[in-house]
Design a protein around this ligand. Sequence first.
Ligand code: FAD
Length: 454
Amino acid sequence: MTALLWLRRDLRLHDLPALLAAHQSGGDVLPVFVADPALLVSSGPVRRSYLLAALAAVRESYDGALVMRVGRPETEIPALVSEVGAGSVHVSRESTPYGRRRDRRVEHALGEVPLVATGSPYAVGPGLVRKAGGEPYQVFTPFSRAWREHGWHSPAPVPARLMWHRTVESAPLPWDEDPATAVVPIGEAAARARWDEFLEEDLADYDRDRDRPDLDATSQMSVHLKYGTIHPRTMLADIAAHPAGRSEGARRFVAELCWREFYADVLWHRPDSAWADLREDLRGMAYEDPAGAAATPVRAWQEGRTGYPFVDAGMRQLLTEGWMHNRVRMVVASFLVKDLHVWWPHGARYFLRHLRDGDIASNNHGWQWVAGTGTDAAPYFRVFNPVTQGERYDPDGGYVRRYVPELDHIPGVAVHQPWRVPGGLDQGYPERIVDHASERAEALGRYEAARATR
Ligand code: FAD
């Protein structure tokens, strides 16, 4: 009997337990991707372009057998099951709030035909790492210890003698790839190539250089993890087998992969944390309205015209590349929340529209971490200073000059304070839209007021 393999964010052939399970059910395998209008609207043109390119790559690796459908999965999947008389539908387990609701709807619509979840986009499935009493972890460090102790399976093999089902026509997808938005190659081969390059060139020194946006020293694997063109378990196995696998760089890199798993775990236990403050005592904070009084400064932030070079370089990197370095993500997020006093979901939504790696768990909890409203012990009163952060992590100013051409006449670290350089603002770079020291004091005042009312 035919088994359906319903791909979602696992667009690869290797290390895909759901494919193995579909094959082991005994017949041929019909791989399908359903373009769900509910997700397409929120994903934005950048991610739609990467998705299309990743789908083209996986289709090729499946010898052209992947079929596309457009519509609601609870309609499309059962229709396909009836069309081919499939006996089961195989997926990787989903952990986002929307994905879980959707899968329940599909399961219900399938009736007798089972929806079989095998594996997940994580080394350890969200919800599996728990304290001795069964409660979830709320703080990263103990979670990461328990996550390592829990361990993970070895990568799954590609099934031998795999048979693809080929009687079904594919539907055209209702959007085009925009090559301008897809600036890095995607697909399983591209993921492998980038990963091998990072392992050889940057893993050993990752701990030293990872905070320097001017050095391009991070893996840039986030887009591949987003679409599942590589599985994190494959990456962990490669690290363990690598000569630099015991280096401080490797240890730190594994910890970063673990942050991704931690945030997925938090979202699993608290689906409401996608769009609401986890810390209840800060739910009464006073914020500015980004559609009202704060509209002009928010637009300046979005377009990279705040007058703070490190912030503006980051926001322009986001718009040109669909990606931003982690250090700079923290600084620009802090600027929106604590200098412009705008509630973090507004920034999170903007990021999700423009990031190629836009992922609700990592993004929205990354925002909550910066805002100080999340599960972690991150204190609200940590306010990133956009000038000193720039001077420290972009010490020669090369990152700023790469994205802000109006400042390329200012050499060295002075680029982080162009208002102090004679003629520094002469090439059209804007004045600062706010004074950081006063806004920091304002943010702390609002924080104290919110806590006092609890
Ligand atoms: P590397 O430094 O090479 O790290 C390797 C991998 O570890 C990353 O690809 C990622 O999967 C994971 N990782 C690293 N840091 C983090 C982290 N802080 N949280 C979770 N996972 C991490 N990451 C996303 O994948 N999607 C997002 O939408 C996203 N939004 C963010 C928003 C904010 C406000 C902040 C502060 C962080 C966000 N991050 C997000 C986390 C992090 O910035 C990116 O994963 C990282 O910059 C991706 O680049 P890289 O692959 O070169 O990372």
